[in-house]
Design a binder for this molecule. Structure first.
Ligand code: SF4
Length: 219
């Protein structure tokens, strides 16, 4: 297990969904956490409808596998908290969290961070190794395995620390203004190109949000 970053104990809880948002775009996470600016688009609505199917708490058995839905999970040491869409408990002792996504699966993408964080929480709760998670993509109706290796565990902790810092400093990250914005439900409110490319806006944002690193993100 990677070392716990200094000072993570007894600090604000970080939600597993925030990890995914931050891993996708730090500014997206900042808009949601600091400005309560979550916006729905077709993709998020599809995701919401999908989650409604799996977010009813329950406990079902199928052969040697018990399936838990909408299971609250946490890790006190890392200050993580969230809900697993689905967790399979196998008779062999294997525990497998499965995160449901409406869109396509992108290997190594933000969903991997969220799924790995679920695995880390389950390890703490069940005192048992959880070396693998899975992403179910409704787009291709397939389950994609995620290996929860040391590199991914370290990434989870780094993102956790970054989200906590974002919450503490309340500094809105600079816009990405790249290909991510085309698939982002926050693009209308974020105005990434405008904000990244207009000197007047940059100055205004610098004053408002103490954004001092916009120079590095010009598209
Ligand atoms: S529109 Fe782009 S910069 Fe803005 S939150 Fe989305 S991905 Fe980030």
């Amino acid at each position: 297990m990677p070392h716990r970053p200094d000072g993570e104990r007894n600090q604000t809880q970080v939600s597993l969904s925030a990890l995914e948002h931050y891993a996708y775009c730090p500014r997206q996470c900042g808009l949601i956490l600091l400005e309560d600016a979550f916006a729905d688009d077709a993709a998020t609505t599809r995701g919401t409808l999908l989650h409604q199917q799996v977010d009813t708490p329950g406990n079902r058995g199928r052969g040697s596998i018990r399936t838990l839905h909408a299971l609250p999970v946490w890790h006190d040491g890392y200050g993580l908290t969230g809900i697993c869409d689905t967790v399979e408990i196998h008779a062999s002792g294997r525990i497998l969290p499965i995160e449901h996504k409406s869109g396509r699966y992108h290997p190594g993408g933000p969903a991997d961070v969220q799924a790995a964080a679920q695995a880390i929480c389950l390890e703490e709760m069940f005192s048992r190794p959880v070396p693998e998670a899975a992403i179910y993509s409704a787009a291709d109706r397939r389950r994609h395995p995620v290996l929860v290796d040391e590199a991914l565990r370290t990434r989870v902790l780094e993102v956790t620390h970054a989200v906590r810092t974002l919450n503490t400093t309340e500094r809105l990250p600079a816009p990405a203004a790249d290909g991510r914005c085309r698939r982002c439900s926050m693009a209308t409110g974020c105005m990434p190109k405008l904000l990244a490319g207009t000197r007047r806006y940059r100055q205004a944002l610098t004053d408002l949000y103490l954004l001092d690193d916009l120079e590095d993100t010009d598209a």
